[in-house]
Design a protein around this ligand. Structure first.
Ligand code: NAD
Length: 306
């Protein structure tokens, strides 16, 4: 049985990735500095910033494939220099341990924020929908660390094909319990993000169900030897997290992008995951309209009219 190590397995995305890997028949172990009751695999507690401890943990478990999710995952959570140092050091540590233990696949979680939207000095897309060929322009410690992490993976690709590498950029992750009302990563519920489009405009209305992201990871591990080494993938739902049509949401809440609004049809996402569909046959299937009722945005009747 193929053994997969998931770093950051105790996190928001990790628990669902592990669930889906188990579902797809993989033997899974989580490497995290904490454990979680939500995780259904074996859990190894290790600080992945400690290179010796990381090498020892990987040597003991001997995974065939590694999914590297561990990171400081929320922009602004730490000062920019700390964020950059920790996230880049983590990928070095995990890459070296992956190579040393003889695993032959490693997939890195990056982020769509590498594109640089909402830069204080202004940002507009070159085109819509956004795809993996769009230039990156990070503007904070988090997104700059993700660009550097992607660069470390691409460096490793140039060392040869013995290790198959991949990069995925998951859109705003919604874990199963968050459809039921638990707060999402930025602290708001899904319904609050739908009722107040400004909350979701920050992520350009993108989202992905954590289980769909988990299915992407399982598919990549299965097919990593059949696709170009080092490929990058956006991993998002095909629709936008907005009740309006996407073009109307862009005109209302992202007016600087308005010239590209008509490139998007109906409720289409501003991010294309077409490459993942073409190369891997993966497409997100858990959509917000199947999981939550559209919030009622009708204004309350005024007191005098009741
Ligand atoms: N959640 C999202 O919407 C989203 C979107 C795009 C990209 N991502 C990326 O996906 C990955 C997972 O995100 P998440 O939302 O699950 O984050 P999370 O914060 O919920 O989980 C990250 C996990 O990494 C672990 N970790 C951090 N430092 C560690 C260390 N030194 N040693 C061992 N474990 C360590 C944490 O304990 C935590 O369990 C991250 O790389 C993040 O940048 C997340």
């Amino acid at each position: 049985m193929t053994r997969v190590a998931v770093t950051g397995g105790a996190g928001r995305l990790g628990a669902s990735v592990i669930d889906r890997l188990i579902y797809h028949g993989y033997d899974v172990v989580s490497f995290d500095r904490v454990t979680s009751d939500r995780v259904r695999s074996r859990q190894v507690t290790v600080d992945l910033l400690d290179e010796h401890a990381t090498q020892a943990a990987f040597a003991a478990e001997r995974p065939d494939a590694v999914v590297h999710l561990a990171a400081i995952a929320v922009p602004g959570q730490l000062p920019d220099p700390e964020m950059y140092r920790i996230n880049t050091q983590l990928v070095w540590s995990v890459l070296e341990a992956t190579t040393a233990c003889g695993a032959n696949r490693m997939l890195l979680a990056s982020s769509p924020t590498v594109l640089g939207y909402h830069a204080p000095a202004g940002w507009t897309p070159d085109y819509l929908p956004l795809d993996e060929d769009h230039p990156v322009a990070p503007w904070n410690g988090y997104s700059t660390s993700k660009v550097a992490m992607e660069g470390i993976v691409r460096m490793a690709v140039r060392r040869g094909d013995a290790l198959r590498l991949g990069i995925f950029r998951p859109c705003y992750v919604i874990a199963p319990e968050e459809w039921e009302g638990a707060p999402t990563q930025q602290g708001h519920t899904v319904n609050e993000r739908l009722a107040n489009p400004l909350l979701s405009a920050v992520a350009l209305f993108n989202y992905v169900d954590a289980r769909d992201a988990g299915d992407f990871v399982a598919t990549w591990i299965t097919k990593a030897h059949e696709i170009p080494n080092g490929e990058t993938f956006f991993v998002g739902a095909p629709d936008a997290l907005a009740t309006q049509s996407t073009a109307d949401a862009i005109r209302a809440h992202l007016p600087a992008f308005a010239e590209h609004a008509d490139s998007i049809t109906a409720h289409q996402s501003m991010f294309s995951s077409e490459r993942a569909e073409r190369l891997l046959g993966w497409r997100a299937s858990r959509l917000w309209r199947d999981n939550v009722r559209e919030p009622d945005t009708t204004p309350e009747p005024q007191e005098a009219l009741r």
